[in-house]
Design a protein around this ligand. Structure first.
Ligand code: KIV
Ligand code: ZN
Length: 522
């Protein structure tokens, strides 16, 4: 997979590394495995599964993803030192196709951090790439902040990395500073000037600070790069990374002017986009290209008229191309278990019998309350049911009073088997209910994000709620869905608290503390 033909581009997904390291986007072990398997199934060529030296949790996730990988190359990140590289190799070596990715910041600002002069850094690059290549024959090297590195020094370091055995040279625009013409010129310059450049694959890794990540990545490909590094939904720090769905669909829809193919099954895009949004707690903006709720909605009168006559009037790609089925009414409250199973299978969801029984119960409850149950309602139900976090804290009863006369909540919860009660007030019904949770289960975690979105249209729609809590720098996300927004909110909050308890146990057992970021010089 590392040597693409001239007419194809390698898709390198870093949702689980650059995406997951963005503050707040932390995923659990199981969630990482699930996302990795979806990436593999959709045809991603290289999955950057994590940063193994960062924590026990990262190491275990990369190892397990490596063991389970089917078609994708599994890559781990390491800074430019032997300890990081060895740890990375320990994790990725289980993969059928492992890759070590090692990097160092080469721009003047980044060279100052480990306090290396140009010669010392050049030597470090030679030694670390050589060390990595002695372990694995698929090596990616990145000069971090390449777009702000002096051109002659960039050429010199790239040449050293190639001579030391790197097989892929990645050119990161770490701070999202470049623009399309410059992005292309940089790749062209490296291909022209660096001896051995034609023997390796050049990659482009763009951040979206100026909103140009997709354009910069495609410009780099036009200039000769043959690997695009990207994340699902453009997840990533600050304004995020290049969005996988954008570059892949641009290459597909405009193949006439950008004749490079990918192996991605684009019909799997919507499903993975929804999953990444749910597990990271980073909702997709409504008008986001390709995967936003409005991306295929043609609501204005003029557009609708045109669409009825010929869909192509305003549609450059079909919703089905990205896996967006027309919203369909699923079933009513009289539908049986077999019908539910077959509908879920149609949506690509396979459940074991016990999971199906749980989802069926929830479906019946929902169908009693809600007139119409749609595909998206079912997807939300399945997601609520498939979380394996133990419920040490659970909501039993909740009564909320709200309106102009004031807001209060009366709550019964089960905490480690004991029934606990609270009656609280607050600034709005959700605040009152959250105060009740805090009274019953005092904790120091800070609420960093509270986000509500409607699953479908209508006032009886389910609300999906994401809650992000931060306890001593450890961030967890909880989510839930219910037609009652306050109930969904409390359940999402409680879900996050249960995850905090799991984290506390792991930390007490000496595991899963992320102390290193790739930004720490090493
Ligand atoms: O943006 C960046 O420079 C990175 C590197 C670690 C490749 O993510
Ligand atoms: Zn990055």
């Amino acid at each position: 997979m590392t040597n693409p033909s001239q007419d194809s581009v390698i898709i390198f997904d870093t949702t689980l590394r650059d995406g997951e390291q963005s503050p707040g986007a932390t995923m659990t072990h199981e969630e990482k495995l699930e996302i990795a398997s979806l990436l593999d199934e959709m045809g991603v060529d290289v999955i950057e599964a994590g940063f193994p030296i960062a924590s026990e949790g990262d190491f275990n996730a990369v190892s397990e993803i490596s063991k389970r990988s089917k078609n994708s190359v599994i890559c781990g990140l390491s800074r430019a030192n032997f300890k990081d590289i060895d740890r990375c190799w320990e994790a990725v070596k289980h993969a059928a196709q492992p890759r070590i990715h090692t990097f160092i910041g080469t721009s003047p600002l980044h060279r100052a951090i480990p306090n290396l002069d140009k010669d010392q850094m050049a030597e470090r690059i030679h030694d670390t790439v050589t060390h990595a290549r002695n372990l694995c024959d698929n090596i990616q090297w990145s000069p971090m902040d390449a777009t702000r590195t002096e051109h002659d020094y960039l050429c010199r370091t790239v040449e050293i990395a190639i001579r030391a055995g790197a097989t892929t040279i990645n050119i990161p625009d770490t701070v999202g500073y470049t623009a399309p013409r410059e992005s292309a010129d940089l790749i062209r310059m490296l291909l022209e000037k660096v001896p051995g450049a034609d023997e390796v694959v050049f990659a482009t890794h763009c951040h979206n600070d100026l909103g140009m990540a997709t354009a910069n990545s495609l410009a780099a490909v036009e200039a000769g790069a043959r690997q695009i590094e990207c994340t699902i939904n453009g997840l990533g720090e600050r304004a995020g990374n290049t969005a996988l769905e954008e570059v892949v669909m641009a290459l597909k829809v405009r193949n006439d002017i950008m004749p490079w193919g990918t192996r991605i099954d684009t019909t799997k895009i919507m499903n993975i986009s929804r999953r990444v949004a749910a597990v990271s707690g980073f909702a997709v903006q409504f008008n986001k290209a390709i995967v936003g709720k409005n991306a295929f909605a043609h609501e204005s009168g003029i557009h609708q008229d045109g669409m009825l006559k010929n869909a192509e009037t305003f549609e450059i790609m079909r919703p089905e191309d990205v896996g967006l089925a027309a919203t369909s009414l699923v079933m009513g409250k009289h539908s049986g278990r077999a019908a539910l199973r077959s509908k879920l299978n149609e949506l690509g969801i396979e459940l074991a019998d016990n999971q199906l029984a749980d989802v069926f119960l929830r479906f019946k409850e929902l169908a009693d309350r809600k007139k119409e149950v749609y595909d998206d309602d079912l997807i939300a139900l399945v997601r609520v049911s498939d979380d394996a976090t133990p419920d040490r804290i659970a909501l039993k009863e909740l009564t909320v009073i709200c309106g102009t006369g004031g807001q209060s909540a009366e709550m019964v919860m089960i905490v480690d088997g004991t029934e606990c009660r609270a009656k609280t007030t607050g600034d709005g019904p959700v605040d009152a209910a959250f105060n009740a949770v805090k009274e019953i289960f005092p904790h120091s975690a800070k609420l960093e994000l509270y986000q509500v979105s409607a699953v479908t249209e209508g006032t009886d729609a389910q609300a999906t709620v994401s809650v992000r809590l931060n306890e001593d720098g450890r961030i967890v996300t909880g989510s839930n869905a219910d037609t009652d927004t306050v109930v969904a909110s409390v359940k999402a909050y409680v879900h996050a608290l249960n995850r905090i308890l799991v984290r506390r146990d792991k930390v007490a057992a000496g595991g899963d503390t992320r102390e290193i970021s790739y930004k720490d010089a090493g």
